[in-house]
Design a protein around this ligand. Structure first.
Ligand SMILES: N[C@@H](CCC(=O)N[C@@H](CS)C(=O)NCC(=O)O)C(=O)O
Length: 84
């Protein structure tokens, strides 16, 4: 299982979510809203996951990696992490 830390208004996050929906993989991910208006993305613990302070972050649970960039995250989940 994995989490996607996102904000609904983020077009980068929407890109990831749409790809997962199209692949039928969305149920494998918990969508976790980051309170960006409260600047949650600019302080720990969020910045421990992504020092750039940007969404989305794709976090593999059980000790897996946190992957900030959309493209690399997509590649990992769609072609490596989910075995599709
Ligand atoms: N290279 C990143 C960029 C992500 C990005 O720029 N996200 C914006 C929201 S759409 C963000 O988190 N901005 C917050 C900020 O810069 O404070 C990706 O592809 O995911």
């Amino acid at each position: 299982m994995a989490e996607i830390l996102f904000h609904p208004l983020s077009t980068y996050a929407r890109r990831v979510h749409m790809a997962l929906l199209e692949k039928g993989l969305a149920s494998r991910f918990e969508m976790v809203v980051v309170d960006m208006p409260a600047r949650e993305h600019r302080r720990a613990p969020f910045t421990d996951l992504n020092p750039y302070g940007r969404v989305p972050v794709l976090r593999v649970l059980d000790g897996g990696p946190a992957l900030p960039p959309s493209c690399e995250g997509l590649a990992y989940f769609l072609f490596e992490g989910c075995g599709t």
